[in-house]
Design a protein around this ligand. Structure first.
Ligand SMILES: NC(=O)c1ccc[n+]([C@@H]2O[C@H](COP(=O)([O-])OP(=O)(O)OC[C@H]3O[C@@H](n4cnc5c(N)ncnc54)[C@H](OP(=O)(O)O)[C@@H]3O)[C@@H](O)[C@H]2O)c1
Length: 271
């Protein structure tokens, strides 16, 4: 697919996978609408992409957990570029705490950003994407296929996202709109540092070996290629594919293997 002058809205574009997607789309000549809460950071990213790739781009300060801000984002995208071709629902937060210790507000925050953020943005972009027969993407996770210990709220939000996207894809089957779920494996980014602890405060450090993970740039290339090829689902990394496959065929073995894997985190929550 030729992305030149396609209008792409990306949420969570101030860091990690979203920022890398912005760069990959910019390299391929798209017009960008970049959204996140950290506006100054987002403006710097937008300006750098405009200078490097000579593209048109705007930065919009948005908290995706707020419906009215998601609606305003799409209004601003239309006011600036006149259409929306692609929506990448990427904004997300994670958590790290056992459910027994968890303040339930953390679980609600995870659902508000990861699930409801996707729902709100999709709702307000859908009429425009229907006109352009474009693409709606959900950046989900392997945790949306297989529940992970210490991440009850994260897994629940990504399972909810997957169900929402699958229903939507089926509803839109004969409309020409493309709906894709992208599930990166562990990817080096800020997600584990920003993850919420049991009391809702940021964890502040990563619990894993970030150097051994996929890079955000690799994930972004896979996502943008997947959109170009109108893929249905992208399950990334050999470990991710094995986890999804094993969970389908041998779920109780998967319980034991996943438990064992998470006993090897730094300061593990389960032993
Ligand atoms: N890294 C991994 O291992 C991994 C694996 C599978 C899936 N994923 C998924 O990939 C997506 C991107 O994560 P990442 O790894 O790139 O993490 P990241 O580096 O922490 O980036 C997360 C992005 O989401 C934005 N965000 C968070 N809360 C938001 C809110 N309420 N409103 C708007 N934007 C918000 C952040 O920007 P602001 O703080 O500026 O708002 C940031 O740009 C997430 O959906 C995550 O679940 C990540």
């Amino acid at each position: 697919m030729d992305f030149k002058n396609k209008v792409v809205v990306i949420t969570g574009a101030s860091s990690g996978i979203g920022k890398a997607c912005a760069e990959e789309f910019a390299r391929r000549g798209a017009c960008l609408v970049l959204a996140a809460r950290q506006y100054v950071n987002l403006c710097e990213i937008t300006a750098a992409l405009q200078t490097t790739y000579g593209i048109k781009a705007i930065a919009v300060q948005v908290d995706v957990s707020k419906e009215e801000e998601c609606e305003a984002l799409m209004i601003q995208a239309i006011a600036t570029f006149g259409k929306i071709d692609i929506l990448v629902n990427n904004a997300g937060i994670s958590m790290r705490a056992l459910f027994a210790d968890l303040d339930l507000s953390v679980l609600k925050d995870l659902m508000d950003v990861n699930f409801w953020g996707t729902v709100y943005c999709t709702k307000y972009a859908l009429p425009e994407i229907t006109k352009t027969k474009g693409s709606i993407i959900g950046v989900s996770s392997i945790a949306g296929y297989r529940g992970l210990p210490g991440r009850t709220g994260y897994s629940a939000s990504k399972f909810a996202m997957n169900g929402f996207m699958e229903s939507l894809r089926t509803e839109l089957l004969h409309t020409g709109v493309h709906v894709m779920v992208a599930c990166p494996g562990f990817t080096a980014s800020n997600i584990r540092v920003a993850a919420l602890a049991k009391d809702g405060k940021q964890h502040g450090e990563t619990s894993m070996e970030e150097g051994k993970m996929m890079t955000a740039a690799e994930v972004a290339t896979t996502i943008v290629d997947g959109i170009g090829n109108r893929k249905r689902t992208l399950v990334m990394t050999a470990q991710g594919k094995l986890t999804v496959w094993l969970n389908k065929l041998y779920p109780s073995l998967a319980d034991r293997l996943v438990f064992k894997h998470f006993t090897k985190e730094k300061n593990p929550l389960i032993k």
